[in-house]
Design a protein around this ligand. Structure first.
Ligand SMILES: [Zn+2]
Length: 120
């Protein structure tokens, strides 16, 4: 009354491969023509909710962070282009040592704290 079960095709079916909470890949069979199982986005309405905060590790690739880096890049490029357009030999703007003007805190003779080199 015992026969060998033919589980070969079932075992050979493509697996889901989603990363689970314990760090391993999901071992459930993937749906037909899909790379994910029924629990990990294979069917409509399954998988992580939109804007899932549980999946965020460091926020480097959130849309806000990407937009911020894009903005900073644009500003830096514009500033670089502006500096290139300045005529050669014009007085330097950013280096107070070469221009001869010392930046001081208004009303005092001391430079602002962020310009002093008091590194310990
Ligand atoms: Zn899965």
């Amino acid at each position: 009354m015992s026969h060998a079960r033919n589980t070969g095709p079932m075992q050979a079916s493509p697996r889901c491969g989603a990363r689970t909470r314990n760090g391993e890949t999901c071992r459930a069979p993937a749906l037909r023509q899909k790379t994910r199982c029924r629990m990990h986005g294979g069917t409509a309405g399954s998988g992580a909710p939109f804007g899932n905060g549980n999946a965020v590790k460091h926020g480097f690739f959130t849309s806000e962070a990407i937009e911020e880096r894009k903005f900073v890049r644009t500003v830096l490029t514009e500033a670089e282009n502006l500096l290139r357009k300045l005529p050669a030999g014009s007085p330097t703007i950013c280096n107070p040592d070469e221009s001869g003007t010392r930046r001081t805190v208004p009303g005092t003779d001391s430079p602002p704290p962020h310009l002093t080199n008091d590194s310990k």
